[in-house]
Design a protein around this ligand. Structure first.
Ligand SMILES: [Zn+2]
Length: 233
């Protein structure tokens, strides 16, 4: 399995793709975690639309779900493919974006992909979930608390966690994330930041022994990654 970072930017970052991650289960089969307002054009550019048969959403902020229904429509209307969906409850989003026809485009997850969700605080009154996929990838979406002390973090082979340099109402601070155990930090990639913060974040992440700061286009081979961790002691 591989993880590909499609985007790593926070909501209002200029010329950068919204935080969005692909978990490649096979060469032709990927799970997409979040599909913000500028992610669909990126997927088309990369030629991935026919390979993403599952879309999971962490919450309905537009930088996380803004082009998800467009991807569903493209796969249904042009590629003639239905898509597994999960994460948050899609009912309202689908009804709002595509009326009564929306259900023809989707298949509930069932056993296609193993997904567990964890409720996280982020925006008051909004359904917000962290996603734990195939017992492998823990993805925080947007969270005001650290998920690095959960059983899922322990079990995960790789963690993609949102971060804010100093913390704010919706996002956990780097200082709070750095309270995690060393072995957890070593498999955690930080995401959802402003491009101007990259350098500072990267230096601090290195000093605090995080795996890295996620960057657009980064591909992490999960098996290699674990071997590397092992050989590094
Ligand atoms: Zn959000």
């Amino acid at each position: 399995m591989k993880v590909e970072i499609l985007g790593c930017a926070s909501a209002f970052a200029k010329d950068s793709i919204n935080s969005s991650v692909l978990l490649w289960l096979r060469e032709d089969n990927a799970v997409l975690l979040d599909c913000g307002y500028n992610v669909f054009p990126k997927i088309m550019e990369k030629g991935y639309a026919d390979k993403i048969n599952t879309i999971l959403l962490s919450h309905a902020h537009q930088d996380h779900c803004g082009s998800a229904v467009t991807l569903l429509e493209y796969r249904h209307n042009i590629l003639k493919q239905k898509t597994f969906v999960g994460g948050i409850n899609w009912e309202k989003l689908l009804k709002l974006c595509d009326g009564d026809n929306a259900h023809e485009m989707i298949i509930p997850l069932h056993d296609a992909v193993k997904v567990e969700t964890i409720d996280v605080p982020h925006a008051k009154g909004m359904e917000c979930k962290a996603l734990f996929v195939e017992d492998t990838l823990l993805y925080s979406g947007d969270s005001a608390i650290s998920l690095l002390d959960t059983p899922e973090a322990k079990q995960a082979k790789i963690i993609i966690h949102d971060v804010h340099l100093t913390g704010n109402a919706g996002h956990v601070s780097l200082a709070e994330l750095s309270n995690a155990m060393l072995d957890i930090r070593a498999k955690t990639y930080l995401t959802h930041y402003l491009p101007k913060d990259y350098k500072t974040l990267s230096e601090k992440a290195k000093r605090l022994s995080f795996a890295d700061v996620a960057t657009e286009g980064m591909i992490i081979d999960i098996d290699d990654f674990n071997e590397a961790q092992f050989s590094n002691g």
